[in-house]
Write a protein that binds this ligand. Structure first.
Ligand SMILES: [Ca+2]
Ligand SMILES: [Ca+2]
Ligand SMILES: [Ca+2]
Ligand SMILES: [Ca+2]
Length: 364
């Protein structure tokens, strides 16, 4: 993955300082300086293994609409990311996947030799329509994204916020690929369980990263959202929840519990996972009432020491998409389906009924 090669690992020296300073509750990236920032899916301890986390490339998979993405430049550079199908033509991914210069300049797909291609894996056999590779005819990056780690002027931190992009394809997605609806809750709670899907680097909790990414092999994992960052354009003090963080628990390590007092459930071995290079832009789904809703994208990973990159004790995270729903609506020209959280939908229904009741009483 792009970030593996482009970003050097930072030290963890600041972390105890931040804790000593009374830091709690939120985590902004400047205070989590552990990272190689490489999204991947890492499997847990044996008997769990990278192989056990592979999702079949079949139309009946609930993840048939999770795609890999190949970003190519005229100079020969080629990158892999993950994305989520949200309409027949639109794929949501990470801004840094299509950032040509590290400062938020979107790839020029009209320049000779450059392209962005979406790789479908909703059918298993070579030549199947569900394995189409479709070229982008438009790529959009969120305007507040200024490159990985880069903050707005005057904000002295390490900002992973706003890392959202949308790829528009020049033909329709294969029919066998699922299109996901996005959930738009008012707020996201610590403890929200998310389902990761990605084509990235994999490995195990004890060993960290062991195998590189693959455009045709998608893996699954889960974790729990622990911490959130507010808007970097408002110095993390206000605005919507833009960034989420999860720790990779196992072997007795629970870093966000130890460091921040945020002690969410450790998921069973075989479920709990981290992210790796190539998972960037892939979905964090929330499963509710039988449906996987697109909830977040996965954009970074990190750790506090260099001992075991991607293993237990590392962390990962990404973008809370609800905070970008206006942008996503606009750039997909309304093709993305964004729905309120089912819980609040029910509330809306009750409120409407109450209103109706009140009106009737008035008339009577
Ligand atoms: Ca920003
Ligand atoms: Ca922002
Ligand atoms: Ca965890
Ligand atoms: Ca934990």
């Amino acid at each position: 993955m792009k970030l593996l090669t482009r970003f050097t690992r930072l030290t963890a020296a600041l972390l105890p300082l931040a804790i000593g300073a009374g830091f709690a509750g939120t985590a902004h990236a400047g205070l989590l300086p552990g990272a190689s920032y490489t999204p991947l899916i890492v499997a847990g301890a044996p008997p769990d293994s990278p192989g056990a986390r592979v999702d079949a490339n079949v139309p009946t998979s609930p993840f048939s609409g999770v795609v890999s993405i190949n970003i190519r430049y005229a100079n020969g550079d080629s990158f892999i990311c993950t994305g989520t199908l949200v309409s027949k033509r639109d794929v949501v991914t990470a801004g840094h996947c299509v950032d040509s210069n590290g400062n938020g300049q979107v790839i020029d797909i009209n320049a000779p030799g450059n392209d962005v291609r979406v790789v479908f894996n909703s059918q298993p056999n070579p030549g199947d329509p569900g394995r189409a590779v479709i070229t982008a005819d438009k790529v959009s990056m969120n305007p507040n994204y200024q490159g990985f780690g880069n903050c707005p002027p005057g904000v002295n931190s390490f900002c992973v916020n706003d890392d959202v992009a949308v790829i528009h394809m020049n033909t329709d997605a294969p029919d066998t690929a699922k299109i996901y609806r996005m959930m738009n809750p008012d707020t996201v709670s610590t403890g929200t369980i998310v389902q990761f899907v990605g084509y990235g680097t994999t490995g195990t909790g004890p060993d960290g990263f062991t195998q590189g990414p693959n455009f045709r092999v998608k893996r699954l994992g889960q974790n729990v959202m622990d911490l959130f960052d507010l808007d970097d354009e408002q110095n993390f003090a206000n605005g919507p929840q833009e960034v989420w963080y999860s720790d990779f628990d196992g072997d007795g390590q629970d870093i966000f519990c130890d460091f921040f007092g945020t002690c969410t459930p450790v998921l069973p071995n075989g479920k709990e996972a981290g992210l790796g290079g190539g998972d960037s832009g892939g979905p964090s789904f929330v499963f509710m009432d039988g449906e996987y809703y697109l909830f977040g994208t996965n954009t970074f990973g990190g750790d506090f020491t260099n001992a075991n990159p991607g293993g237990f004790g590392s962390f990962s995270g990404g973008i809370i998409l609800a905070s970008y729903s206006d942008y996503l609506e606009e750039v997909t020209e309304g093709r993305i389906q964004i729905i309120p959280e089912p819980g609040s939908m029910a509330l809306v229904g009750i409120a409407a009924a109450a209103l109706l009741g009140a009106r009737r009483r008035k008339q009577a």
